[in-house]
Design a protein around this ligand. Sequence first.
Ligand code: BG6
Length: 488
Amino acid sequence: MKNQNYKPCDLVIYGALGDLSKRKLLISLYRLEKSQLLEADTRIIGVDRLDETSAGFVEIAHNSLIAHLNTPIDEEIWGRLSNRLSYLRIDLTQPEQYLQLNAVVDSEKRVMVNYFAVAPFLFKSICQGLQSCGVLTAESRMVMEKPIGHDLKSSKEINDVVEEVFQEDQVYRIDHYLGKETVLNLLALRFANSIFTTNWNHNTIDHIQITVGEDIGIEGRWEYFDKTGQLRDMLQNHLLQILTFVAMEPPADLEAESIHMEKIKVLKALRPITVRNVEEKTVRGQYTAGFIKGTAVPGYLEEDGANKESTTESFVAIRVDIDNWRWAGVPFYMRTGKRMPNKRTEIVVNFKQLPHNIFKDSFRDLPANKLVIHLQPNEGVDVVMLNKVPGIDGNIKLQQTKLDLSFSETFKKNSIFGGYEKLILEALRGNTTLFLSREEIEQAWAWVDSIQDAWAQNHSAPKSYPAGSWGPIASVALLARDGRAWEE
Ligand code: BG6
């Protein structure tokens, strides 16, 4: 066993037969097992309301792996994982049924980690059930993930319910982007490399772009998505999290508290977008029918179960200003959308142009350097710079070239873990650094609520864009007004 340095856990998954558990959690647990990162005595207890046995749960887990793993199942690894699995049938709304947990959970020997893989309306019942059956200890933890509310008010309600039973340091709020290798690499890139630490501010950086594009559409989630929209589904969490990692001050160390503190400072410094400036700073879009990689796909309003009148956005682009010393005058442009030409998550740091150009023969305007951080796919980092084209005749000729650090090439690793493996492991280890604090989530909601309210007051309808494009023309205009363009 590689990892003996944390206490074994009883990982209890509420909603074990649901989508999140089957698509993500069980797959991630298999991968952790494969990497020998699960402590030998750790057990996984599936809880759901369906009448199922432990053997039945094992079979369901096996089928989930077949459906979602993308690689053949290694029987030896599966054997080890399946030995950890058991199942309890609990109607989560019935407090007395939680007593069953007392017979299974072993709080002396293991830490109880409660993974709430259910809709938030059940959180209160689970918290109360757990409290009344007396199975929790000061060591117990709870893990939850978005949607943690759909605005500041509802997010506070959820956090209040949880807080009645769990202390803040027992709560692990997941944003799966924080488990992604390349998001974590931002810490290394920024704080372990002096060429970046000394150049990461308004003196040298012109602007920063963050793009999170997906080629998928709504994927049968119309009910959820239409009430939510891209601003709340993606920008409030994943994009703002990326932004805080790019923009924060150096933390004192890698402890959870130090990192949370710096991220909160960034969120507090976001200049509010209100009804006065929302039209100039934001673009809402909704896709119409189009083509993704040559295949015809329907528009948002033609998806299964669609309300033809919906004005929910499937795309959003925003100019964000951060009102602090480091970023004065450096806009951050963020865009995210469904049915973009391909899946692409990337940060582009555009450095300032040089004040004078002595290479006019090659470039009338010397292009500025760029640092392109590919978060997914093709994880890696490029530095776009100018070099002299080799040759002895005539004047010096320059060409734009890339210093290309692809993770798969450099580290010879074919598979980069998705976010869940890392985050489940950290929750089992009891390290909250990569999880969100209550204050962070609430600060992010306060900023996003102001945008959502401004849109509502303006009755602004989304602008259409064909599926397979990078959003409405207005998104291009958002940057063009500032004399800039999106990285294509
Ligand atoms: C989820 C959103 O949080 O993130 C989905 O609810 C989105 O709408 C998904 O598709 C994207 O995650 P990833 O890891 O595939 O980029």
